[in-house]
Design a protein around this ligand. Structure first.
Ligand code: BG6
Length: 516
């Protein structure tokens, strides 16, 4: 096979999802995310023939770096982080399209020069190309970059007389409701909402995208997806890793901002939303935002009645290895009161969910890396099989395993084969790896492609991010006032503090052991 037939993106548009000619500008080009996720995502899109015929990548960063050096580090990133091995032919074709532009994010001249560079690239390609700006810098320069994109005229770039610029914004999108609103205002001054793609990489995960398909392309789930049948919903996003070298960032953030406000809330909206009227981005996002707006205000009291628990990891054993506590990690101030674990109980005030508790938790240094959503159903009425000695019964539970070992499991009760009637809970499994093979695309591949194509379904709308901050900000304010009061410890390698069990016991529930 010749070089070009193997990678026809160099010849023509993808057969599947054609993206227009694109210049992708990455701000924060020498950062960690660019190396680990963005460059590998672009390369894997190339492997799948999903890049447009005319594609250019401009790395924008503060450090002065030669084009050759930028390409070399991109290649090293691919060798280390790409899910598929480096393909020499594709790389040779791709690297020619990579260049680097050094400049300061607050220097209007650097943006004027970027505009010139872009004009040159279009001239070289002999066509107008859309501009996709990916802001992957620390959040303190988000607003400056957006303002400079506006004042340099780049935000108003056109292709064929129509809007031809988009901006992708990494998390964290603000640190509370006020800062998120301010950032939204800065964006709105410079871009229209349909040009804006706010990232939450959980939405790019296959299993998360499958939530809509599982719920709305099957007839059997929807009739029982409500307060009549569902006893509780448990969402767990657990990590084995600690804060590692990110202590400086993490101590300013904590589990609530880092994981709950975004990733966990997104899982909640998708699992609880009403069926959208269509698959258009706005219909889906309209329904998601209604869920967040419907959450009943939380009881923040630190006593038994409270809906929220926070904790931080103490020294412990993770997979048999002794690991330090949070306070012993690098760059953690001695007076830190930052949580590495947060759990909450909430209710959604609508006809479908009134009275059903949703339990959410996320933490670092927990027993296993596992993200799952468990829908626990009510027991059958007037149970015929109520003699607990003879009948081992568990509530029916649909477990959607987001990662790892992606799949779905339905727990049901079954008769144990034999001459007497005894029962046992059993599992019905669907596993992505067995059904579809294990090499599924990374979230960032899907998200970069969607932004290039112009599909904003898997991105967060401005009002959605504000609705989520509206829920989270009172908790943050309360915790700030309380300092260390109410902050408890859990041993690294455990499933979190005992206090988080209380949230469930009060309603006769227990946390599931995830992954089981
Ligand atoms: C990021 C958080 O958004 O998500 C990190 O900032 C966290 O602290 C990461 O480790 C988890 O992502 P994933 O895809 O590994 O579950």
């Amino acid at each position: 096979m010749s070089e070009t037939t193997r990678h026809p993106f160099l010849e023509g548009l993808s057969k599947h999802r054609g993206s227009p000619a694109t210049i992708l500008v990455i701000f924060g080009a020498s950062g960690d995310l660019t190396a680990r996720k963005l460059i590998p995502a672009v390369f894997n899109l190339g492997l799948d023939n999903l890049l447009p015929t005319e594609f250019r990548l401009v790395g924008f960063g503060r450090k002065p770096v030669e084009n050759g050096e930028f390409r070399k580090s991109a290649r090293e990133a691919l060798e280390e982080f790409s899910r598929r091995p480096l393909d020499e032919q594709l790389w040779r074709n791709l690297e020619k399209r990579f260049c680097y532009h050094a400049g300061s994010y607050d220097d209007p001249k650097a943006f004027a020069e970027l505009a010139k560079l872009i004009a040159g690239l279009q001239k070289e390609a002999d066509r107008e190309m859309q501009l996709v700006f990916y802001i992957s810098t620390p959040p303190n320069v988000f607003e400056t970059i957006i303002e400079n994109l506006g004042s340099s005229g780049l935000a108003a770039h056109t292709v064929g007389g129509k809007g031809g610029a988009k901006v992708i914004i990494e998390k964290p999108f603000g640190k509370d409701l006020d800062s998120a609103r301010r950032l939204n205002r800065v964006i709105a001054r410079n871009f229209r909402e349909d040009q804006v793609y706010r990232i939450d990489h959980y939405l790019g995960k296959e299993t998360v995208q499958n939530l809509l398909v599982a719920r709305f392309a099957n007839a059997i789930f929807e009739p029982v997806w409500n307060r009549q049948y569902v006893d509780c919903v448990q969402i767990t996003v657990a990590e084995e890793v600690g804060v590692g070298s990110r202590g400086g960032y993490y101590d300013q953030s904590g589990a609530l901002r880092d994981m709950i406000q975004n990733h966990t809330m997104q899982l909640l909206s998708l699992i609880a939303m009403e069926p959208p009227v269509s698959l258009s981005p706005e219909s889906i996002r309209d329904e998601k935002v209604k869920v967040l707006k419907g959450v009943r205000p939380l009881n923040l009291s630190a006593d038994e009645s409270g809906d929220v628990v926070r904790a931080r990891y103490a020294e412990g054993l993770v997979k048999g290895r002794r690991v330090p506590g949070y306070m012993q990690e690098e760059n953690i101030p001695a007076d830190s009161a930052t949580e590495t674990y947060a759990a909450m109980r909430l209710e959604i005030n609508n006809w479908r969910w009134q009275g059903v508790p949703f339990y959410l938790r996320s933490g670092k240094r927990m027993a296993r890396r596992v993200s799952e959503i468990a829908i626990q159903f009510k027991q059958p009425p007037g149970n015929l099989f109520s003699n607990s000695k003879q009948f081992d019964l568990a509530p029916n539970t649909l477990v959607i395993q987001v990662q790892p070992d992606e799949g779905m499991t339905l727990l049901a009760n079954s008769k144990i084969p034999g001459l007497e009637t005894r029962t046992q809970p059993v599992k019905m499994h669907f596993r992505y790896a067995t059904t579809f093979g294990s090499n599924t695309p990374e979230a960032y591949e899907r998200l970069i492609l969607d932004a290039m194509v112009g599909d904003s379904t898997l991105f967060i709308r401005g009002d959605e991010t504000e609705a989520s901050w509206k829920l989270i900000t009172p908790i943050l304010e309360d915790w700030r006032e309380c300092g260390e009061r109410g902050l408890v410890d859990y041993a690294a390698g455990s499933w979190g503090p005992l206090e988080a069990e209380r949230l469930l016991w009060q309603r006769n529930h227990v946390w599931r052991r995830p992954g089981v």
